[in-house]
Ligand binder design. Structure first.
Ligand code: FEO
Length: 402
């Protein structure tokens, strides 16, 4: 059974949600599912904007056929060539043999790398600023390289004021009938997953996102239609502000994020005590996580959110406890910067974790260590609480002065 939803009178949502996929890119957990969005524009010419992931391909094809309602497809527009949006290209090309395939030079390069049907005689190349006229509707293309991949482009439909933003402004989480952000409490339902999506998928590419935001700022945007998650029409300014912060690595919360690894509870106990000491010093919104019990993608999102991060780790095989190593490595890979950090290292006979965490974190741009690394031998004794109190003083003072 098809499921098409009107975005406007002549623009239809034909995407679908996957609520059984365990991990996005076979890596990032999807506790709330994920949607793959696609849109059909019906005018003198017809256009289909992107396809979907293989997991929802059957539903998608039913939706597209229903939306076109017997009409031929004139254009298949490819904003992004990652396979979560491209699995149905060959099927659509077969179903609609007259459809031109709209993309840029890199789009076609990736199309040929991923897929094996020769569609080159149907290419309709576009470049920055080109407009595809469909009748009353038109699509103006803006290249947005590295707003996830190098071939990504946005398009702007002028009649309705819709920015088709590819992965940008997308989010994890299924779309459950309500395709617009004003049909639910979008911030409550989707913001955390939007942040986790952005920071883990696009977080590395702050500068390219800034360039894309500058282009978007020149447009009269009434809706942002991403490739994942609801269409944004109520929270446009709010989400653009979030993207400004995330893409400039500006924290949203001036407080302490405590991330600890602990094998037998001794490092955890120190982290627990530190959280209480910070609270007693007037710090609010403290958050503590056991790095072993939560997927790093959630902690990456929290690192983008918080101003101060305290890393506490045991030494393991003369190295950093490896869930913590993975986490810090990922922060570096995603270009996390401009954070204040503090270190707690634990080791029973040859402690190295504190020193090695410091080396990793200090190599990231504009990072500032608060206090000295607190080194623990197996456990922190009550009589040594003063050392932790001193670190708490320094962190609290830094937060208050930030
Ligand atoms: Fe949703 Fe970069 O693909």
């Amino acid at each position: 059974m098809f499921n098409t939803i009107n975005v406007t009178q002549n623009i239809l949502y034909v995407g679908a949600s996957d609520r059984k996929l365990d991990r996005f890119e076979n890596m990032l957990p999807l506790p709330e599912g994920v949607s793959y969005n696609s849109y059909v524009i019906l005018d003198e010419k017809t256009a289909l904007l992107d396809t979907v992931d293989v997991g929802v391909g059957k539903q998608y094809i039913e939706n597209v056929k229903a939306a076109l309602n017997g009409r031929q497809l004139d254009y298949l527009v490819l904003h992004h060539m990652e396979p979560d949006h491209c699995a149905s290209i060959e099927e659509i090309a077969q179903l609609y043999p007259n459809a031109k395939i709209v993309g840029n030079a890199k789009t076609f390069q990736f199309l040929e790398q991923f897929y094996h049907t020769d569609l080159s005689d149907r290419y309709f190349p576009v470049k920055e600023g080109d407009t595809l006229e469909l009748g009353e509707h038109s699509l103006k293309f803006m290249l947005a390289p590295m707003v996830h991949w190098p071939e990504v482009m946005f398009s702007y439909e002028a009649k309705e004021g819709i920015l088709f933003s590819a992965d940008a402004f997308g989010t994890f989480g299924s779309v459950d009938g309500n395709i617009f952000d004003d049909q639910m409490d979008y911030i409550d339902v989707y913001l955390d997953e939007s942040r986790r999506y952005y920071t883990n998928i696009v977080g590395k590419y702050g500068a390219p996102v800034q360039m894309a935001l500058k282009k978007a700022a020149e447009l009269d945007i009434k809706m942002i239609a991403p490739l994942h998650g609801p269409i944004i029409r109520k929270n446009i300014e709010f989400m653009i502000d979030k993207y400004q912060k995330w893409s400039t690595y500006t924290p949203e919360v001036n407080s302490a994020l405590i991330v600890y690894g602990s094998m037998y509870g001794n490092t955890e106990s120190v982290a627990e005590s530190l959280s209480g000491m910070l609270s007693q010093r007037g710090i609010e919104n403290i958050k503590a996580y056991d790095v072993s019990t939560i997927h790093p993608s959630f902690l990456v999102a929290e690192a983008f959110r918080y101003s101060h991060i305290i890393f506490a780790s045991p030494t393991y095989n003369l190295n950093i406890y490896y869930p913590m190593h993975t986490y810090i490595h990922e922060l570096g890979a995603l270009n996390v910067q401009k954070r204040k950090y503090s270190l707690i290292g634990n080791g029973s006979w040859a402690p190295t974790a504190g020193k090695l965490m410091g080396e990793m974190l200090s190599s990231m741009p504009n990072m500032e260590q608060i206090g000295e690394c607190l080194e623990i031998r197996s456990s922190l004794k009550d009589e040594d609480a003063g050392k932790l109190e001193k670190l708490a003083d320094q962190i609290a003072e830094s937060i208050k002065n930030s």
